[in-house]
Design a protein around this ligand. Structure first.
Ligand SMILES: *Cc1c(COP(=O)(O)O)cnc(C)c1O
Length: 396
């Protein structure tokens, strides 16, 4: 018999979401997640993926995956610490460390898992974490899991960070204090002020932790936000994902050898969840090789981003303060934002609306993620659709 308490809970809450227009209907893809996707039999220009460099559909990665499957099979068969570690895993971790300019690296099953793993392996209830208010959900959950005191810092507000770091340090209440931030913030596309953060960390003895899921493969000639600011030896934890620009799935922590050795014996997703598959690993290795050998894809990504941003601005849209390819188009009102996104869809452009509570009330936006895989024609067509829908809705 199923629980009435559960039934009542679900019905009430699902209805409430649906009434408020906050229930997210998921559109399944009928194609690869390339620059053009197919949904419900309809072809759409895709501006919603994190496949920044187009590597998710790259022939070289596909080939690497197929070969790995032929040689090693489809599953890793165990957790890393029993016998799920293949030589391939070590090769990938070596490649990541070189790519990130760190002594060592450890791979996990996802970026989300990295934050579940790494924070609580080091921080505990006698510690404090200074966390930017716009940090990713997985950082927030990872901090909670550690039981450390979480001190929220106003977004990219260096004065607030410094005051709170000083207060935490001088209180004498904590054994260790960490400062934790996204490298690139995914809703606005702004970059963390790492030089100032590192300076404050040095002044107050803070452990530094940067989750660069949206910066890796995009900034610093691909190596990420930390490299972009030339701070590779000043940041203790560099987190990245293998599922965005790298194009596959998985995540990693890069840092000093002692840190990585510690994570291999103390981080729970490494110890208690099955390793990444050989195919994922092989494709990720190929991807990092491609990124290490050439910046061609990054250049294309940035060129396309500039083109789209210029075009949208010229049409009169507000694209916020993004410093990266992430291109929000800020509409404001929540319902109008959803309507705008729906009209884009009908006209053949797939760009999702993002509204409260994901972003502050009244700053509803359609977020565009241009990639290296888009052609000029696709971007021109996107701009034409934006112009048509924008005029129709009296937004420009
Ligand atoms: C996307 C993202 C993650 C999650 O990465 P996955 O590999 O998709 O699990 C973690 N942190 C940040 C900052 C992200 O943007």
């Amino acid at each position: 018999m199923s629980s009435n308490v559960l039934q009542d809970f679900l019905k009430l809450n699902l209805n409430e979401l649906k009434e408020k227009g906050l229930y997210n209907e998921i559109d399944p893809l009928e194609s690869s997640n390339g620059p053009v996707i197919k949904i419900n039999g309809k072809e759409l220009i895709n501006l919603s993926s994190n496949n920044y460099l187009g590597l998710a559909t790259d022939e070289r990665l596909k080939q690497a995956m197929v070969e790995a499957i032929k040689e090693y099979g489809v599953g890793a068969g165990a957790v890393r610490t029993i016998n799920g570690t293949f030589k391939l895993h070590l090769e990938l971790e070596d490649k990541i460390a070189k790519f990130k300019h760190t002594e060592a690296a450890i791979a996990y099953q996802s970026g989300f898992n990295c934050n579940m793993a790494a924070i609580s392996a080091v921080m505990d209830k006698n510690d404090a974490i200074l966390s930017d208010e716009l940090n990713h959900a997985s950082i927030i959950d990872g901090c909670r899991l550690s039981k450390a005191k979480i001190i929220r810092v106003n977004h990219s507000d260096m004065l607030d960070l410094r005051n709170k770091a000083k207060e935490a340090k001088e209180s004498g209440l904590y054994n260790k204090i960490m400062v934790i931030t996204d490298g690139v913030f995914s809703m606005d596309g702004d970059i963390a002020k790492l030089p100032e953060i590192v300076e404050i960390a040095e002044e107050f003895d803070l452990i530094t932790y940067v989750d660069d899921a949206h910066g890796s493969g995009v900034l610093g000639k691909g190596a990420g936000t930390v490299k972009h600011f030339q701070l590779s030896d000043k940041v203790d934890f560099q987190i990245g994902t293998l599922s965005k620009a790298i194009g596959v799935v998985g995540g990693y922590v890069a840092g000093k050898k002692d840190l990585i050795d510690w994570l291999k014996v103390r981080s729970r997703p490494f110890l208690f969840s099955t390793a990444l598959t050989p195919a994922d690993i092989a494709a990720s290795i190929k991807s990092i090789e491609i990124l290490s050998d050439s910046t061609e894809l990054q250049e294309k990504l940035w060129e396309n981003s500039e083109y789209l941003k210029k075009g949208l601005t010229k049409l009169g849209f507000d694209i916020g303060k993004s410093e990266t390819p992430i291109t929000p188009c800020i509409i404001g009102d929540e319902l109008q934002t959803q309507q705008f996104s729906k009209r884009l869809y009908e006209e053949g452009v797939y760009a999702k609306s993002i509204v409260f509570p994901t972003v502050p009330k009244g700053t509803g936006r359609v977020r565009n993620m241009p990639t290296a895989g888009h052609s000029k024609e696709m971007l021109d067509q996107t701009l034409a659709v934006y112009e048509k829908v924008g005029k129709e809705m009296n937004l420009i």
